[in-house]
Write a protein of this length. Structure first.
Length: 487
């Protein structure tokens, strides 16, 4: 290994060292049982896929697990478990492997169209994001969606047509949301066709350019056409293209849409220290515009301009799409990397003096370290979820020890699943609870209340039914109480 090779690949060696450190840091989290959606559908779904045998057709999993989603995530996870073992730990190694591949996709995209130095900075800041750290340990499809998104953009703008079709189709077959990236690519190319200038700096009629490039738009849509076969098969099996319950969550009412949009906007651009990236990027854009007449301040490579504008447009279209659907912060995993890429690029471009870059980027890294260590809520988009998992495990262990499994229990949604499904990782088949419900009736003997699952209905039971406290458990941001009904 000569010095020239080391010099050319220095950033890759540093990134490899960071990934090793990442795996070591997250290793204790890989043993934890499943949490929320991971415990409800995705974890048991992947493990069931392993047990039944991997399959991609809609009926390869029961609908109460698949929820009508395409099954590629379950399929790949099921194969992983077939090879390495059907355990909680192994399933989480699949999750962290997807995260590492995602990082490689981000590096390829940035190195190809920006620079290896900026690719390194993006990777470093991305690895410090609380949502990235949490999603690297959880068996959820959002990290895989983000992974396919990066490879799809890289393949399209690198001119690798077959790879674009492959990654694009895999993205949609992981989750329907993948269609947003494909649509964004088409819209971005349309905007360039309409507003791009020719060599004489004259704007051509947009409609002429659009019609001339119709084959390109047909090509862009190929992944959608391929993935559509899955939904046609699903329609033939079940009578619907998309899961009816999910369609019920779709709302275009302005009050619903604007409320979700503001929440998503705040989470993406403000929370978890990303305000530094957002406002730093905005300030850099203002500086660049102010000095726009100087060629050094703007990219001259048209492909680079297209990539950057596509990521900017993707963030906007993804926020709009998400705001019309069911709300969950973790759904924004696919746009975290584009935000960091854009911010890093614009900040780096605006700062001509190296000393300023040595101030700005270390400051962003220090901010990222702080938030990655200190943001710990009860959600699945930061490492605080681990405190909740341990709390539930402690409660389940106590219930098993006290032999409560045969008692009639009333509890919330998540607790019900962890007490009745061995695939969630909280108990074995000998201790499964057989008489548990989320509704109270006169035969109920025990009530288990979790602050994570507080609802008006459960709160009214706690208030109005005579009960005696048996045991309580507390974590940093949550607590669980077990009550015995007094007769």
């Amino acid at each position: 290994m000569n010095l020239k090779f080391l010099s050319a690949n220095g950033y890759l060696f540093i990134i490899a060292a960071l990934i090793i450190f990442l795996v070591i840091f997250l290793f204790p989290f890989l043993h934890l049982p499943y949490y929320w959606d991971e415990a409800w559908v995705y974890g048991p779904g992947v493990r069931t896929m392993c047990i039944k045998g991997p399959g991609l057709l809609p009926d390869a999993l029961p609908l109460d697990i698949s929820r009508g989603h395409p099954l590629l995530f379950y399929f790949l996870g099921g194969i992983w478990l077939k090879i390495f073992g059907n355990t909680i730990f192994v399933s989480h190694t699949f999750a962290i492997t997807v995260a590492i591949v995602f990082l490689s996709g981000v590096y390829k995209l940035c190195a190809a169209f920006l620079s290896k130095r900026l690719a390194f900075l993006v990777i470093l800041l991305l690895m410090l994001q609380p949502i990235f750290l949490a999603q690297s340990c959880l068996l959820l499809p959002e990290m895989m969606m983000a992974m396919w998104t990066m490879f799809c953009l890289w393949a399209f703008y690198s001119g690798k047509k077959l790879l674009y079709i492959l990654f694009g189709a895999l993205m949609i077959l992981t989750k329907e949301t993948g269609v947003v990236c494909i649509i964004t690519l088409g819209l971005n190319e349309m905007l360039f066709d309409v507003f791009a200038k020719n060599n004489q700096q004259e704007i051509k009629p947009g409609i002429v350019r659009l019609l001339k490039n119709y084959k390109r738009y047909l090509f862009i849509s190929v992944p959608i056409l391929i993935a559509a076969f899955y939904f046609v098969i699903q329609k033939s099996m079940y009578g619907w293209f998309f899961f009816p319950e999910h369609l019920g969550y779709v709302s275009f009412k302005w009050n619903d849409f604007s409320h979700k949009f503001i929440r998503y906007f705040s989470y993406l651009f403000i929370f978890d220290g990303r305000n530094a990236l957002f406002f730093g990027g905005l300030t850099a854009i203002v500086i660049i515009i102010f000095r726009r007449k100087k060629a050094a301040c703007v990219p001259t490579d048209e492909t680079k301009i297209r990539v950057l504008s596509c990521m900017l447009l993707f963030i906007f279209t993804y926020l709009c799409f998400s705001s019309a659907n069911f709300y969950s912060d973790r759904y924004l995993m696919s746009v975290i990397a584009p935000l960091i890429i854009l911010s890093v690029y614009f900040i780096d471009t605006a700062m001509r003096k190296t000393v300023l870059k040595w101030i700005a980027f270390p400051a962003l890294v220090i901010s990222g370290i702080y938030y990655s260590m200190h943001v710990r809520t009860n959600s699945d988009h930061n490492l605080g979820y681990a405190d909740c998992v341990k709390l539930y495990k402690e409660t389940v262990d106590y219930c098993v020890k006290e032999k409560f499994s045969k008692k009639k229990v009333c509890t919330g949604f998540l607790m019900k699943y962890v007490l009745t499904d061995t695939l969630t990782g909280y108990l074995d088949s000998r201790n499964v609870f057989t008489n548990i419900d989320s509704r109270f009736d006169p035969s109920v003997e025990l009530c288990i209340f979790s602050s994570l699952e507080s609802t008006p209905y459960l709160d009214s039971i706690k208030t109005n039914i005579p009960m005696a406290l048996v045991k309580s458990f507390k974590a940093k941001n949550s607590n669980i109480e077990i009550f015995e009904v007094v007769r």
